[in-house]
Structure formats: structure tokens, C-alpha cells
Design a protein around this ligand. Structure first.
Ligand code: ADP
Length: 361
């Protein structure tokens, strides 16, 4: 029957190019049904909620957990879990071990991996993937989370002054229209007119995956966290060529300040400069290059579509205040204060939540 809620457990999945996002709804009330079913459900719940890391690569973002959420008339908690998409085999093994294959017949999923891994889900755990459109799921999830989490949306005040810079709560209750910039492995830019009207207007392949890939090549680091912490200690002006490196100062005629990057990595043609640069500097320059490029494309899209609010999401912004502050500054500066960069706490999970909200049998 199409109007019955799906059987427990309720999951939503977004299988991305780099990370798989899994959200799990844990109901408060005692579960009813056959006793073997309940035992398995309890086993799954215990496993998912008692740990915050699963094996080598799975991780639960406990700080994002949402309590007392109402879903299909039930009160419960939404848990947020991620693992590298490259570890999908382990995930499927685990799902088998925990008995999920016995209970779960269909999982709502989005992202490219919902297509790529469809056969593996069927073969390994006998699960069907109910596939949802990525953009629809993203928007649905975003609206739902914003409604249920009062401090979801924020901006950075004084983004260039570390002593004054702060996260400030932003009232996003009347959001439309806005530009949505999803920075994952690649970047998608959407113009959102209403809860149901949303169109992809642009994108770039120079995204979070590019940052991480280049950083690994240039610094020998191996993880995103490592790349970010290197960048935090680096100075991009050792790597980039600035306006003042070319002009000796500001380029007044065009209104370009001397500290502006004229050429990303533009100093690295010099052997002497290369010998003096640190891994930290290279990581920082990579972060600044990728982030400013995204900011610049986002600003042009916002201008073209006459949008003032630009919402940045995606896991590239995870533990990445440097990028957020750069985006905040760039949007404000280059639009003469007419555009605002906004951010959301559940940055990478909206697609998965959108799937959780979908109905399936
Ligand atoms: P996708 O759906 O394409 O996987 P995400 O929104 O999950 O996109 O973002 C992936 C990007 O997030 C990576 O390219 C990387 O820049 C960044 N990232 C943040 N945390 C991690 C992590 N733990 N492992 C790998 N990449 C991470």
C-alpha cells in the first residue's frame, strides 16, 4: 500500500564521488512487530548509535545529530554518518553482518553512486535502491533541516579580521530566491526560486576533489584533515604572484589592491622561490586558488540571476573556516556589499536527508 510508512529502519543515502552520506532515523517509541524483526532493529540501532566510528573509515558526526524530530508522525533522532565511497565494499559487508539485509528491502538513495553501486547492493545485500533526483533531494533536505534546526544558517562577520571574526546566526525562514553552491568533489550551482523550483545554472570541475587531489600531489599529505591543517599554517603569498609583485603596489587605475592575487601559483616558475616554499604554503595556496575560483563563478551566477543571497554547502566546507571566510569576504568585496555568503551547519548531508524524507514501500 503506497500510503503506509515504509518499514523500519529508515535510512537515506547520498553516494557521492568522494564521500557516502548515510542518515538514520531512530524512533523514540518502542518498535512493534515480529520479535525477530525487533531484535534486528535493536541490533542495528545499538550498532549505529553506540559508536561514533565504524571500522577504519566510517564516522558519525555526533555534533550534527538532531533530536526530537517528527518524521511521518513519529518522534525521533536523526543520526549523520559518513564514509569514503571507496569503502563501499566494507559498508555492504557490515550491513550484512548486522542483519540489515534481512529487514531492509529498499533504501532511498541519491548521488552518482546510487547508479554505480546499484548492482552491488542487489547482489551483496539484496537491497533495492530507490533512486531520487540529486537536486530535488538536496533542496528537500535543506528545507526540512532548516525548519527543524533553529541555528542552521549563519554567516561570518568581519571575515578578514581574526580578532573580530565570528559566526552569526542568520534567519533563513524566508529563503527564496537564492543561489545554492554545492561544493563536493566537483561544484554544482543552482538557482532556487521556491521549494519546488530549482535549476542547475552552472558548475565547475575545480572543486573539493581538485583541492584534495592537488594537495596530496604537492605536499604528500593523505587526508582532507591533514590538507586543511597544513593550509592553516601556510602563507599563499609565498606561492602566488600578487598585484604588488607586478606593479610594486596597488593597480589604482583598475581599483585592484596590491594584496590581490594576480596569478595563482605565479611565483612557482622560479626555481629559487620553489626551493623556499613550504608544504604548508603550497596547501594554503591550493585552498585559496580553488576557493576563490568558486567564489568568482558563484558571484557571476548570482549577478546574472539577480540573486543577493548565496548559500554554500558541501563537504569541502567541513572543518574549513579558511574557505568559508574567503568566500564571505570575496562575495562581499566584489559585489560592493550587495551579496551575502551564507552557510549551513549540516553542510554535506542535505541530499541524504532529502532521501530519508522520501516515501518508499
Ligand atoms: P561528493 O558527494 O562529491 O562526495 P561531498 O559534498 O561529500 O561531495 O564533498 C567531498 C569533498 O569534501 C572532498 O572532495 C573533500 O574536498 C571534502 N572532504 C571533507 N571531509 C572529507 C573526508 N573526510 N574525506 C575526503 N574528503 C573530504
Amino acid at each position: 500500500n503506497g500510503s503506509d510508512p515504509p518499514s523500519m529502519p529508515w535510512f537515506g543515502m547520498d553516494i557521492g564521488g568522494t564521500l557516502s552520506k548515510l542518515v538514520y532515523f531512530e524512533p523514540k517509541d518502542i518498535m512493534q512487530g515480529e520479535s525477530e524483526e525487533i531484535d534486528i532493529l535493536k541490533n542495528i540501532r545499538k550498532y549505529l548509535t553506540k559508536n561514533s566510528s565504524y571500522g577504519k573509515s566510517g564516522h558519525r558526526d555526533t555534533h550534527l545529530q538532531m533530536d526530537n524530530v517528527v518524521l511521518r508522525g513519529l518522534v525521533g533522532t536523526i543520526h549523520f554518518i559518513r564514509f569514503p565511497t571507496s569503502a563501499m565494499k566494507n559498508f555492504l559487508n557490515l550491513a550484512n553482518q548486522k542483519g540489515m539485509a534481512k529487514l531492509v528491502t529498499t533504501v532511498s538513495a541519491t548521488g552518482g553512486g546510487a547508479f554505480k553501486f546499484e548492482e552491488d547492493f542487489k547482489r551483496e545485500v539484496n537491497m533495492k535502491l530507490a533512486k531520487y533526483d540529486e537536486l530535488e533531494a538536496l533542496l528537500k533536505g535543506l528545507i526540512f533541516i532548516d525548519k527543524n534546526s533553529p541555528t542552521e544558517c549563519y554567516y561570518w562577520s568581519n571575515p578578514t579580521d581574526d580578532t573580530k571574526c565570528a559566526k552569526v546566526n542568520y534567519d533563513f525562514s524566508k529563503p527564496y530566491p537564492f543561489l545554492l553552491v554545492n561544493i563536493g568533489s566537483g561544484v554544482s550551482i543552482l538557482s532556487v526560486k521556491s521549494a519546488t523550483e530549482c535549476k542547475r545554472v552552472s558548475g565547475t570541475s575545480l572543486g573539493g576533489g581538485t583541492f584534495l587531489g592537488l594537495c596530496c600531489l604537492l605536499t604528500g599529505c593523505n587526508t582532507f584533515e591533514e590538507a586543511i591543517s597544513l593550509a592553516a599554517d601556510g602563507d599563499h603569498t609565498h606561492v602566488d604572484k600578487l598585484v604588488k609583485d607586478i606593479y610594486g603596489g596597488d593597480y589604482a587605475k583598475f581599483g585592484l589592491p596590491g594584496d590581490l592575487v594576480a596569478s595563482s601559483f605565479g611565483q612557482m616558475n622560479s626555481r629559487d622561490r620553489r626551493s623556499k616554499v613550504s608544504r604548508q604554503d603550497l596547501a594554503r595556496a591550493t585552498l585559496v586558488t580553488i576557493t576563490n575560483n568558486i567564489g568568482s563563478i558563484a558571484r557571476m551566477c548570482a549577478m546574472q540571476h539577480s540573486l543577493e543571497r548565496v548559500v554554500f554547502i558541501g563537504n569541502f566546507l567541513r572543518v574549513n573556516p579558511i574557505a568559508m571566510k574567503l568566500l564571505a569576504y570575496a562575495m562581499d568585496y566584489w559585489s560592493n556589499g550587495s551579496m551575502k555568503a551564507l552557510f549551513l551547519e549540516h553542510e554535506g548531508y542535505f541530499g541524504a536527508v532529502g532521501c530519508l524524507l522520501q516515501y518508499h514501500d
